[in-house]
Structure formats: C-alpha cells, structure tokens
Design a protein around this ligand. Structure first.
Ligand SMILES: [Zn+2]
Length: 429
C-alpha cells in the first residue's frame, strides 16, 4: 500500500513538474525575463545591464518606451493596444539547446524586432501563457547563464536601441556593419563587460585588417565587430555616445531614408571636422598600432572561425573537448593562448567524429539550414550549393560517409579566405 501511495505521490510530483514547465517568467521595471527554472534569478542583473546600456546611449530623461511611442505618433491611440514599456529578454543556459531553438548556430545572442515562427518556442510559449496581454519593445536573447553573458546582453540591447531610433548608415562607402556591430561591440567595452587586454587585442586585430586590406566598403564578419568598435571608440573620444547615436538616428519622420548630405553636414557640426578627415585620423592611428603575437593569434582564431566550426561539429565533440573550446575562446581573447592551442583546435575540428547514431544524424541534419547561410556569407553562393548536395550524400551513401562529408564541408567553407596575419607583425608597404 505504501508503495502505491508513494507511486501516486511521485506521479503527482512529476505531473506538477511538467505543469510548471522548464521556464520561469519574471517581471522587472525594464523587462519581462524568461529563464530556465533551475538557474539562479538573473533579474537584478538584467535590470542593471539595461540601465547601464540605456544610460550610455540615450540622452538623460529619455526612455525606450518613449522612443517606441514616436513611431505611433500619427495613429489614433484608441486604435492601438497600449504602447509597450518593457523589453522581452530570453536567457538560456545550454548552447546546443540555444542554437537549436534559434536555428542560428554559432551565435550567443540575438535581437529580434519580430520573432519569426518556429523560434524560441519553449520560452515564448511559457511567456504567452503567463503574460497573455503583454506587448514588448523587442526581444533580446542571450546564452549562457553559467558563463559570462553580461557582454552579450549589453550588445543585443544596443541593437534594440538602434532599432527604436531608426538607425541607418547613409551611403558613405563604408560597410554598415562597422557602425551597427561596432556600436554594439564597443558598448561591451565601454561598460566594462570586456576588459582592457581584450580591447588592446581587438584593436590589433583591426590594425592587421587595415594594413592587409585597404577597403572599408566590405568588412568580413570575423573582423567587422572589432574594426567597428575601434571606429566608434575613436568617435567617442570626442562625442558623447548619445550624439554618436543621434548622427545615425533617422526616426519615423525621415523620408527617403538616411541622406548622405544631411549626415555629412550634421557630422561636421557635431564633430568639428569633416567625416573624411575623421576617417583618415582613425585609420592612421590603427596603421601605427604595434601588433603583438597575441593579437595575430586572435586574428587567426577568428579568421579561421574556430568557434563557429566547433558549433557545427558540437555533437561530434566529447564533453571535455567542448569545455576546452569554450575555455580556448576566453584564452584567445585575453591573450593567454599560444600557437599550440590553435593547432589543437584545428586538429580536433579536422578529426571530429562520433558513431552516427540517430541522435547524431538528426543533430547534424538540423544544422544544414544554418550551415548553408554561414557558408554563403563566408564562401559565396557557389559554395552554399555544396551544402544542398549534402542531402544527396545523406540519401545515397552510408551514415559514416554523411558525417565525413559534413565535417569536411564545415572545415572547408567556414574559413575566411582573406589575408592571414603575417607572423612577426611586419607591416606591409
Ligand atoms: Zn550584433
């Protein structure tokens, strides 16, 4: 009888557990926060980061709610639900689960103005159930709670601010990512979520790029964040951050989008000299920067997309290897990694292998859409057709051959084919 009572009690406990869901929803002044149940409450930290980011970029007294409301100025308030006041922040504590749920492998954070179908289903389902009437300013996601995630959240919140001010880079012959991502990355440093050694190495990475390639119209993603952060850092030496944001904010009233002429006039007025002179000064500073071996190693770590490739091969790596990759990432960023670690990473990725069980095969198959996207960005459209060809290998060859083809594809097409860092640091003429 006791056994029956115990079984019934356990059954009820399991049922209650399932009912409670894996996700918890918290509400704080800035945000609704959805986070995994067993984790410690991140609410106070989220509020603190939100205040730091908005305090950095917005003029005193301006809130994101007000920025959101400006887009509704010409619509009768009776026709719309109340203007949103809070952001939605969704935090994860597991990378594989995160990548799967956003279907965007290799990333640690994202900003969505509108969340597409089929994305973040678990946490959003829980949120909709708990807060059915909530409207939000935008959705920011970040991984991973058990590692430093503060910089990622600060980065994505910056993108939310950009969205709410109608951020746009006019035609300046400059890759817009340099400002879009540069602002978000610079925020991480400006608020102290990344340290001064990292800043020094990021600057060296940017310096290697401008010495090797004299073109700012397209900056490959592996260096655009760092290069852009140095550009925004240079602007911030003279302009307060809200003034920098203001230069690229076109709001709801801009007709015909961002205007080059309007920007150039506003820039000269605010900065005290012309845009071209500013660019020359910024590049001259980078060209004379000293480059250390650690800076070259970080550049190579990023150019070879070590972490992106690891994210695609994650199911084939052992738990020990995954942990090693996560630690290596920190080490390359803070200058404590050496050539040996880069070689270990290359060899581990080249030899990635696991018995092709059903679980492994489906984990690889669900990566193909995201892999195609990244291959297209890094190696071009012809290479992305190779990802489609993987389907034929899956259907016509053995599971072992499919795994091998997948690993080769990741290691061939996710490496940026641009000038490598020159060991020794000698600048080219
Ligand atoms: Zn970004």
């Amino acid at each position: 009888m006791w056994t029956r009572i115990l079984a019934a009690a356990l059954g009820a406990a399991l049922w209650l557990g399932a009912l409670a869901g894996e996700w918890r929803v918290g509400e704080i002044p800035c945000c609704y926060v959805v986070y995994p149940t067993p984790d410690e409450s991140p609410l106070a930290k989220v509020q603190e980061i939100y205040q730091a980011v908005t305090g950095l970029w917005l003029p005193p007294g301006v809130s994101l709610g007000e920025l959101a409301a400006q887009w509704r100025a010409n619509i009768s308030p009776q026709l719309l639900p109340p203007s949103p006041e809070r952001a939605l922040v969704v935090l994860y504590d597991d990378l594989e689960e995160y990548w799967r749920d956003v279907n965007y492998f290799g990333v640690e954070g994202l900003f969505y103005y509108a969340v597409p179908d089929g994305v973040l289903e678990g946490p959003l389902g829980e949120f909709a159930q708990r807060e059915p009437a909530a409207t939000v300013l935008g959705c920011v996601t970040a991984c991973c709670l058990y590692r430093p995630w503060e910089a990622t959240l600060a980065h994505e919140l910056t993108h939310m601010i950009q969205n709410l001010v109608g951020f746009e880079v006019p035609e300046l012959g400059l890759d817009p990512d340099l400002l879009l991502e540069g602002m978000a990355r610079w925020t991480e440093y400006a608020l102290g979520y990344r340290g001064s050694t990292e800043w020094k190495l990021a600057r060296e990475m940017a310096a290697i790029w401008v010495r090797e390639v004299d073109d700012l119209s397209t900056a490959p993603l592996f260096v655009a964040y760092e290069l852009g952060a140095t550009l925004v850092g240079k602007l911030a030496e003279r302009l307060p951050p809200p003034a920098i944001l203001g230069l690229f904010s076109w709001g709801p009233k801009a007709t015909g989008g961002a205007s080059r002429e309007g920007f150039l006039v506003a820039f000269r007025e605010a900065y005290g000299e012309g845009w071209d002179a500013f660019l020359r000064g910024w590049l001259a500073g980078l060209r004379t920067a000293e480059i250390s071996r650690e800076g070259e190693l970080l550049y190579e770590f990023r150019r070879k997309s070590i972490m992106l490739r690891a994210s695609f091969l994650w199911p084939l790596l052992s738990p020990g290897e995954r942990e090693e990759f996560l630690q290596l990432k920190e080490a390359f960023y803070n200058g404590t990694a050496s050539e040996k670690e880069l070689q270990w990473a290359e060899e581990t990725l080249a030899n990635a292998w696991a018995e092709p069980t059903d679980g492994i095969l489906s984990a690889l198959e669900r990566r193909q859409g995201s892999l195609k996207y990244w291959v297209r960005i890094i190696s071009g459209p012809a290479a992305s057709a190779e990802v489609t060809r993987l389907n034929i290998v899956r259907l016509s060859s053995s599971p072992e051959e499919y795994v091998r083809a997948f690993v080769d594809l990741v290691n061939t097409y996710l490496v940026f084919r641009v000038p490598a860092a020159q060991a020794g640091g000698a600048p080219r003429p």
